[in-house]
Design a protein around this ligand. Sequence first.
Ligand code: GLC
Length: 798
Amino acid sequence: MNYGHFSEDGKEYIITNVKTPTPWINYIYNGEYFSTVSNNAGGISYIKSPLHGRITRYRINDVPSDRPGKYIYVKDEETGKFWTLSWQPAGADPGAYKVIHGLGYTAIESLVDGIHARVTYFVPMNNNHEVWNVVLTNKSGRKRRLSITGYVEFALGHGLIDLINQCDDQHFNRAYFDKNLNALFATKTYWVTETNGTQHQENKEWNQWAFFTSNLRINRYETLRERFLGFYNSEEKPVAITEDKFSNSAADYGNVVGAINVNLELESDQRENVIFSLGVLPKEHFDDKKKDIPKIVQPEYIEFSFKEIVNYWSEFLGHTKVETPDRNVNIFMNNWVPYQAKVAFDVGRVASYYYWGISRGYGFRDTSQDVIAVTIAHPEKAKERILLLSRQMFSDGRVYHHFYDDGKGELTRHCDDPGWYILAVTEYIKETGDYSILKEKVSFVDRQEGTVLDHLLAVVNFMKNNLGRHSLPVFGRGDWNDTLDYIGGDDGGESVWGAMFYVAMLNKLIELFQFLKVENLTEILKLRDEIRRNINQLCWDGDWFIRAFGNGGMVIGSNKSKEGKIFVNTQSWAAISNLPDKSKIRRALDSVKKHLDSEYGPKICAPAFKEIDPNIGLVTRCVPGKKENGAVFCHPVTWLIQAECIMRNGERAYDYFSKLLPNRVDSDIYQAEPYVYSQYITSDEHASPGKASHSWQTGTAAWMYRVFYDYIVGIRPDYDGLIVDPVIPTSWNYIRIERIFRGAKYIIEVENPDKVQSGISYILVDGKEIEGNKLPLTDKKICHVKVLMGKTIETANK
Ligand code: GLC
């Protein structure tokens, strides 16, 4: 069944049946203040970090699911009937609701008991609060007296401590109502951040005051959960609402909530605006700033801030635009994929319905890859992130696998982590031409002085020192695949994917250095050539490349293996790392098609592991067909698509691409949001195939965004121009792309009358034919490009 559809312009996803199989969420945020909102208004709010700055609670894996949230209760004062403006927790018939997830906002519409409501949730760009902007219209044909209550449950501080030590953490909760400012305030006077009881804990209080306010006069309020809900009740029937009982008293302990109640009379057909706002003020400026609270619930400010957030997203998305014959592709690539990629970059992959933001730091590998989502539109953000990553590196090139807001990090022995730094830096420079970043001074973890270039060289050094018995990368605790964590055993094992990855990243660095005419590249070239030779000589299994050498030389990912015979990554990266033997690459990719492709997309490996093998690791402990154990893991599919494009196979690339589009499968099977990618989809080796999970916070979005624009429509940045190299299905006779690059807008029209998959006959730039397939840099603001696909120019195969 379908639960919704895209709006005509593709910028909104409209949920018409709110009983979705899982919460379908959206993010509203401004880079400091973050909030998730599901189709039933469930979600968390936090400031800067979901671990340290948790404002509201969201109960982990509890029943009923998806609670609490940002709830608004409406009660008819005459009849006593009440409901919430979202179907959960106290809604009427689900048919009364419609949810609109937009880019930067979520709106919920309802028509209950003759009262039409539209509540729009969003976060203004420049103030740390969320707006719940309600427009109520009385359609009942009679005058109504309504009592309206906004409700949130506070966490106030450290998300994990709030879970594991509530009984003691509550002693420091305070909440009170300020009549003059018409706002309820809450904070915590002791900010415990150490999870181990005997550890030294700093003597400090939470650095924020949370506030909850309205544009209407607050008549009644409640500050304690037990008083608002009643001890044996839930959000479904709060006693404060059913029995009209608000204590109007402060809280100096316990489960602190914010419940603020306003009254509204509506004549027939009258429409009114009720605004609630939940936010935080830094404690150090509290006395100064709190005076401004009444200003941020004024309708003019709300209207202005909403426009600002809509414009922000339209500016971000305006850097790449595409028109293909496939409307669904256009909707995703113009809106939802870059949107998701940017959200994952900003959220740092730490908070979603699946990730609670309390146990994981920021992954070095994930964060580096997320950079490619923003180099095009917000290069300054990419640069900031590169510098942050630089500070997680030791002078010998090792990096913190995970790092945390408080500057701490975790050193592990993953072979790939440092390499991703090369991707982030080279992609940034290609996009911007900002070579000065190489000279930017930034410290290592263990050394004060250094430049970005020094960091790049440290990575090369790490690679050189991390080779095993076949001169391939020592596997250590894992490579991109975290769950191949015990392959290494005592001797470390070796990663064949890691080898291809090292070659690909060294290629990128060599390309940069050659462009900059850096002399004496002998060492880097020697390292790259040696690894490349070893892959070619030692890792070919006959029809595909093996995945790894385990402890003592055991082979993983071979036709001779019982399970996990073939892995996708060592086939796709054979192409991405540009291995010289093209016939092997072609054969390897054909093997992927034959052994890994499935109805729901190509699998990460097959057959899935059914027996636990402690010498391989976690992957074998996972249910077959799920996650890394043989699911359709979406992130590596993006690389497979890139590989097929590199090998000029547009049809197959497009087929894999289409299979992964999140709205392709029936939602009762797929379950996760149909407007964003999930991390994985259970495969045909699972008891219930086709079920997606871990939506939103996946590298799939950033990569799919880039692989689509860079390799399918084929417009990708290079140091000295924009490469044009479409690799498309033969059914696409026309594509139009707009791409902002180094200050110019390139409007590129591609025609494909001969129905080829790749190859270009000629390119006209502002009416003049150019040689080759690289659009030169220009001082013009707009550049019109016409491309005729056909067979003449040998397009750059890189
Ligand atoms: C998860 C991790 C990512 C890893 C992948 C495969 O997505 O966040 O770092 O590469 O799983 O194990």
